[in-house]
Design a protein around this ligand. Structure first.
Ligand SMILES: Nc1ncnc2c1ncn2[C@@H]1O[C@H](COP(=O)(O)OP(=O)(O)OP(=O)(O)O)[C@@H](O)[C@H]1O
Ligand SMILES: [Mg+2]
Length: 354
């Protein structure tokens, strides 16, 4: 039985990374994963600004990891994507996409001609007047912004088969519906370098999306500020802090952790504010769980701080645990290390699952 494959390509601020999945009778297999760092300034606030440099990094990624295809799914998440809940008069799914340009101008701040539009239905209901209505998330992305990512991918010799909203990719990678549907809505939070994606979902159906332009790099800058050291030094320090590993001086470890806590305060407050906004606007009481992914989620103590601030049980997501692992050439330790970074590319690849 032939298995099909799909590749998700995540263009992040700190690097480009891709995952290749195969779909077979036995399930979904992670066949390959690779990553190539990007120099500062190529991707700014989630947008590709240096097409050539990004294309060069993608080329190196393909040369190095030997992906078997050239069709890729890419994601967008930045200040030029608007996601909001809107109600539209019911219509058959096949007509909906086509009708969007004529229906949604009032909801978005840019002319519809300059936007790529999508609508994800969340629920269907009847108004008091008896009108059948679709409630869903309207996604409007600046066409120019999407094109700058598309151009970088094409310049690397690849074909962007689909462009997806990164928060939706997270859901595919982590929104396993069965056990969660019973537990109520939960949030997935991907913490990157400059972009943090928050998606609240119920049983895999998205309810709320928030894209924050902040992440691990802002925490590094706060550390640098507090210590009066260069950003590179703050980054090294940030990544090397571990809870009592036995070798480090306890006292020093404690003060390093409290420095990280203080530096991540503003970030934690922003995430909590977004979730509070969701809860208040929907009248919901709480979320059942908060699942964290992304490199920024590795910061010492951050998962715990998010849990304390939100009072929601918080844990690191494990997107690879839902997959079989093929001959990736990676050791188990390496897979554990890269796992937080796989959520986005895996979820992107899942967008074209057969
Ligand atoms: N061990 C670690 N401890 C603390 N922070 C870490 C660690 N490893 C990585 N990071 C942080 O993770 C961030 C990068 O995460 P990630 O690779 O998910 O971002 P990105 O996808 O490249 O960027 P973005 O999504 O913002 O465009 C950096 O800010 C880096 O400092
Ligand atoms: Mg990212």
């Amino acid at each position: 039985m032939a298995s099909r494959t799909a590749i998700g390509l995540d263009i992040g601020t700190s690097g480009v990374r891709a995952a290749e999945l195969s779909f077979g009778k036995a399930g979904i297999t992670l066949e390959r994963f690779g990553q190539v760092p990007l120099p500062e300034g190529c991707v700014v606030d989630g947008e590709v600004v240096d097409t050539e440099a990004v294309a060069a990094a993608i080329k190196r990624l393909w040369a190095h990891t030997k992906f078997t295809g050239k069709d890729v799914v890419i994601g967008v998440a930045n200040g030029k994507v608007i996601v909001r809940q809107v109600d539209l008069p019911w219509m058959p799914a096949e007509d909906l996409q086509r009708s969007l340009p004529f229906q949604v101008q009032e909801f978005i701040p840019i002319p519809v001609e300059e936007a790529v539009l999508d609508f994800v239905t969340v629920e269907e209901f009847e108004t008091e007047q008896g009108g059948r209505t679709l409630r869903g998330l309207l996604v409007a992305a600046s066409r120019d912004m999407v094109m700058s990512a598309v151009k970088a991918v094409q310049a690397a010799g690849l074909t962007p088969a689909t462009v997806d909203l990164t928060p939706f990719a997270l859901l595919r990678a982590l929104g396993d519906p069965s056990p969660l549907a019973a537990a109520g809505p939960e949030a997935v939070v991907d913490i990157g370098s400059r972009v943090t994606n928050i998606v609240v979902h119920e049983g895999g159906v998205p309810r709320f999306v928030r894209i924050l332009l902040m992440g691990g790099a802002d925490i590094t800058e706060a550390v640098a500020d507090r210590l009066g050291v260069p950003v590179e030094q703050a980054e090294t320090l940030k990544q090397s802090v571990v809870y009592g590993d036995g070798s480090a001086d306890e006292e020093m470890a404690r003060s390093a952790v409290s420095l990280m806590d203080a530096s991540s305060q503003q970030f934690v407050d922003e995430v909590r504010g977004s979730l509070d906004y969701y809860l208040a606007s929907t009248g919901s009481e709480s979320l059942s769980r908060l699942v964290v992914t992304g490199g920024g989620g590795r910061l010492v103590g951050l998962v715990q701080r998010l849990q304390e601030a939100t009072r929601i049980p918080t844990e690191m997501g494990t997107p690879v645990s839902q997959l079989r692992v093929g001959k990736t050439g990676l050791t188990e330790d390496q897979i554990d290390f890269i796992e937080p970074l796989t959520a986005v590319p895996v979820g992107l690849a899942l967008a074209v699952a057969p």
